[in-house]
Design a protein around this ligand. Structure first.
Ligand code: CP
Length: 333
């Protein structure tokens, strides 16, 4: 088993299935173990959170451990991550010391570090998450990085499994209009995990919003290896035909990366079409509606859809707790 939990494709399908089996057992009370008794877990948040922070803190507690929450630049020092940096600016501490000191106290480190949305080539290399993994000898858990949100992706796969069982499903990952460009970690991670679990995946986005090329190649490879399929479409209306799971998310274009105003101008004509509404859901095969949350109502999805019986967004968020407990129980010794 891999030491860290940075992205789902570091793990085999069997290992991922095993995590979901454990998560289901944690959820139904079949597992009540306290593997973190007497242990602490560091949770480092460079960015805001409701679900990830609360579910990790509660999860560590329920496993018998203690969560140490740190917010660089807020409740802890500002952090430099670049090798060889001359630290005469506004960064007080280097990750080299931060990580190696913190892990003397804790048994694992969770880290949330969003894409900076300035330089695509830099963001796609996960500079900060990679530095954590490089300096740490204890497990590092990705709580959303520039490119992946694997705990979310696993909660998503668990939710689909709960609703439908183990059979593969016809899944739509649809881009949605949002007033500003957002990072790609959630759609990247969801598409990759759906491919690893062998689903038939359709990705719908306007022209210009294609996901990372290398990642798309990996998604295609995973669908083939796991008995699923991959289709990319640019027509939002036909995209919903015959679909069983609708997963909505907005993301920014690589074409305008670092220039939010240009992306905002480009997407201005897309607002009316790229929203998940009742008419589009009618075209599906009674699909469930999923979103990682937080979501902008009546922008990404209408009230009618998110408040409908087919919406599973709250179950999906609840599953973060169970799946993260399963991940921590596997990784932390
Ligand atoms: N889905 C998710 O990660 O939510 P938070 O940003 O609130 O943690």
């Amino acid at each position: 088993m891999e030491k860290n939990f940075l992205k789902t494709n570091d793990f085999s399908r069997a290992e991922l299935e095993n995590i979901i089996e454990s998560a289901l057992k944690f959820k139904n009370g079949e597992i009540v173990d306290k593997p973190l008794a007497g242990k602490s877990v560091g949770l480092v948040f460079f960015n805001p959170s409701l679900r990830t922070r609360a579910s990790m803190q509660v999860g560590v507690y329920e496993l018998g451990g203690n969560a140490v929450i740190l917010e660089p630049g807020g409740t802890s020092w500002t952090l430099e991550h670049r090798d060889g940096a001359v630290m005469d600016g506004n960064k007080t501490e280097h990750l080299a010391e931060f990580v190696r000191v913190l892990e003397r106290y804790v048994s694992a480190i969770g880290v949330r570090t969003f894409a900076h949305m300035e330089n695509w080539e830099e963001d796609r290399t996960e500079p900060i998450l990679s530095a954590f993994a490089r300096y740490a000898s204890k497990p590092v858990i990705n709580l959303e990085s520039a490119m992946h949100h694997p705990c979310q992706s696993m909660a998503d796969m668990m939710t689909i499994r709960e609703k439908f069982g183990k059979k593969k499903k016809r899944i739509l990952l649809t881009w949605a209009w949002h007033p500003k460009p957002l990072p790609m970690a959630v759609p990247n991670g969801f598409a990759l995990a759906a491919a690893q679990f062998g689903h038939d995946l359709r990705i719908a986005h306007p022209k210009g919003y294609r996901l990372d090329t290398e990642l798309m190649t990996e998604i295609e490879r995973q669908t083939k290896e796991n008995g699923g399929s991959l289709e990319v479409v640019n027509d939002v209306n036909t995209a919903f035909e015959d679909i069983e799971v609708v997963y909505a998310k907005s993301w920014g274009s690589k074409n305008f990366y670092g220039d939010a105003n240009e992306d905002i101008r480009f997407r201005s004509s897309l607002r009316n079409d790229w929203i998940v509404d009742e008419a589009k859901m009618q075209r599906t095969n009674e699909a469930i509606f999923m979103h990682c949350l937080p979501v902008r109502r009546n922008v990404i999805v209408t009230d009618g859809v998110i408040d409908s019986p087919n919406s599973v967004v709250v179950d999906e968020a609840a599953n973060r707790l169970h799946v993260q407990k399963a991940i921590m129980a596997k990784l932390i010794r």
